[in-house]
Design a protein around this ligand. Sequence first.
Ligand SMILES: CC(C)(COP(=O)(O)OP(=O)(O)OC[C@H]1O[C@@H](n2cnc3c(N)ncnc32)[C@H](O)[C@@H]1OP(=O)(O)O)[C@@H](O)C(=O)NCCC(=O)NCCS
Length: 182
Amino acid sequence: MDVSWYDQEHRDGLVALVQAVAATGGAVGWLAVPPPAEVDAWLGRLLASGAQLAVATDGDQVLGCGAVRREQPEVLRGLGKISKVMTHPAARGRGAGRAVMEVLIGQARAQGIELLTLDCRGNNHGAQRLYATLGFVVTGRRPDAIAVGDDRFDQVLMHLDLRAGPAGLVRHGSRGEGPGAT
Ligand SMILES: CC(C)(COP(=O)(O)OP(=O)(O)OC[C@H]1O[C@@H](n2cnc3c(N)ncnc32)[C@H](O)[C@@H]1OP(=O)(O)O)[C@@H](O)C(=O)NCCC(=O)NCCS
């Protein structure tokens, strides 16, 4: 298995991956199987937003993927967000999800991202386990925020702090001090 950055040659495999994950109810945002044009439109928006999409491949097959994107507002440039992590149902349990995540984390680290975030459906214990084994911790939970028809699930917010140490940063946390304090 290889992990590389998305390229046009991965397009058909990516469509097949997204469709297979959506068809099996994967918690990645699609409630119905998207036609190829919808996957193309999503991919176009994702890449135009500055996100980078990692793909795990085995020959022509795309086994899995995941995206990382640095936040744009200046005061949030230290934040990166991971999204759309998924593995083809036929390839689960073979390390593709972990391999993609490790590449995304490495990329975030190389870009100087300080805090890597993601969110996850409350009932998605397998994904939460994957993220926890990589060092992510739960930031908090938005109660029953995710709607699937009449069902509601917590949105579990998680983060991984990539800062090695103080390194000249002055960390105020939530103390009432510094610019913007009231
Ligand atoms: C979550 C998902 C990406 C995991 O992908 P995967 O390639 O099967 O994961 P890996 O084989 O790399 O497993 C890595 C670790 O994740 C955890 N894990 C993955 N699936 C799990 C499950 N069903 N139950 C418990 N732990 C699980 C385990 O800790 C595992 O480590 P181990 O193999 O040493 O036990 C995959 O199940 C998936 O695509 N699910 C549907 C889409 C989705 O939910 N994406 C996440 C959105 S937040």
